[in-house]
Design a binder for this molecule. Structure first.
Ligand code: 5GP
Ligand code: ZN
Length: 139
């Protein structure tokens, strides 16, 4: 499986960098975002390093979307948000900051006024860890 030794998400998959893991299978990995735009913000990635939508093989895309659905369902059971976005960014202008394909699973609250290019703000790490435990129950 191709991995980039300088990629933060490849390091998360290998365990070199810690994460609050929600789920993994042979092809995909899901974990909490440490700069949550909203409570419950999670990321789903293919284990194989692939920079963006254009580079990702169809089979990898399909597996990643299926895992995103699984995480979205667990998040919804845990937090009962008003809505939920799957968001995927390609290129700096589209606010892609990590060049390893990923899908944001982002719970939404009515009138939360979340902008498309939300800024990165470190969350409460203990609270994120506790929430990950609650979501994992539903995965
Ligand atoms: P992008 O802006 O590329 O679409 O999203 C990258 C996401 O990765 C951001 O939401 C950012 O908070 C998240 N992120 C970046 N570095 C780390 C990390 O080391 N751990 C975790 N859990 N998330 C990260
Ligand atoms: Zn990578």
């Amino acid at each position: 499986m191709h991995r980039d030794p300088d990629c933060i998400f490849c390091k998360i998959v290998s365990g070199e960098v810690p994460s609050f893991k929600l789920f993994e299978d042979e092809a995909t990995f899901a974990f909490m975002d440490i700069n949550p735009a909203n409570e419950g913000h999670a990321l789903v990635i293919p284990k194989e390093h692939t920079p963006d939508l254009y580079a990702a093989p169809d089979e990898v895309l399909a597996r990643t979307v299926v895992t995103a659905k699984r995480v979205a369902t667990a998040l919804t059971r845990t937090l009962n948000p008003d809505g939920l976005n799957l968001i995927q960014c390609n290129g700096a202008a589209a606010a892609q900051s990590v060049m390893h394909f990923h899908i944001h699973v982002l719970p939404r609250i009515t009138d939360d006024a979340l902008a498309m290019n939300w800024g990165l703000k470190l969350g409460d790490i203990d609270a994120i860890g506790r929430l990950a435990e609650r979501i994992r129950v539903w995965i």
